[in-house]
Design a protein around this ligand. Sequence first.
Ligand code: HXC
Ligand code: NAP
Length: 291
Amino acid sequence: MKFEGMLKDNALQGKTILITGGGTGLGKSIGKYCVELGANLIITSRRQEVLDETAQEFSEIGDGEVLAISSDVRKVEDVERVIKTSLDKFGTIDSVLNNAAGNFIAPTERLTPKAFDVVVDIVLKGTYNYSLLLGQHWIKEKQAASILNIVTTYAWTGSAFVAPSAAAKGGVLALTRSLAAEWAKYNIRCNAIAPGPFPTKGAWDRLFPKPISTFINFEKSLPLKRYGNHQELANLAAYLLSDYAGYFNGEVVTIDGGEWIHNAGEFNKLERVPKALWGLIERATRGKKKK
Ligand code: HXC
Ligand code: NAP
């Protein structure tokens, strides 16, 4: 397995990429690789101290400059401020990676309307706030640009115990395809990545907390028997953000080691049948020709 950067040196030189939720987890790993490839970066999320720490780490890596601005993706005035500050500093923004999210596991009947709101607002409203305001700017400036959204595979399958997140990610998926169709004429592409499980503190604290992780070995249940490595995701994201992916539009790329297909196939669970039993099963299932 190769967990290393795969794009050419300087593949993102001259690009300015805005990453929501870029101070931690997957946003941080993707951002780090973008900086290594020469991009300028804007990272934004609610906690300035986390962003500053990440920006400091990034400043020691590549040639690209990093701007760290705290903001809440749910608030239009924050989004306007981030875009304005970024344009003042860099002149242009070439891509946005809508990555910020909120999530936690809970039986849906235990949720208050506010609990639903908080997740849907961060994920769906946050994504359309950035997409809309940047899209309007790009259209006005006649600038080619791209939007890359992070969804997940339950955007189309749905999932128990994360209903607000599934509803919001489903919305982001529909938005991805809608904007891809509508804004192609402005040379604005819109794609998404649907990651399977890639360990991060943010996700694991909220989705696999102790009582759950002690009686379910999630990693062992995966078809490849391992989680994704952040560099594998960063390679895909950087490619989709680069000019090499200029003909990708409206696409959702799944990177989950086959997890959702594995969970979906009617007979996939027959893997649990011991090999020795297949002889018996074959005898039971072979047609008996009438003489
Ligand atoms: C039930 C809960 C809850 C829980 C919060 N609430 N946690 N309800 N079970 N575990 C309710 C609260 O009671 C409140 O409703 C409402 O939600 C808002 O809660 P706050 O704590 O005030 O919200 P806030 O401080 O804004 O925090 C937002 C958050 C938090 C989403 C709840 O988890 C957060 O900040 N998350 C950001 C990072 C994150 O979630 N990362 C993971 C992404 S992973 P009431 O009515 O009581 O006031 C991901 C992976 C997908 O998406 C796929 C994996 C394979
Ligand atoms: P994470 O580290 O918790 O990332 C979420 C980020 O969003 C944090 O940096 C958080 O920072 C930011 N954020 C939350 N609310 C915000 C708000 N209102 N305004 C601005 N920023 C906000 O978790 P992650 O695992 O890396 O998740 C990143 C993305 O990958 C998410 O879209 C998630 O749904 C997706 N994903 C993850 C996995 C996985 O296995 N990890 C799988 C599939 C999809 P603050 O709290 O400081 O604001």
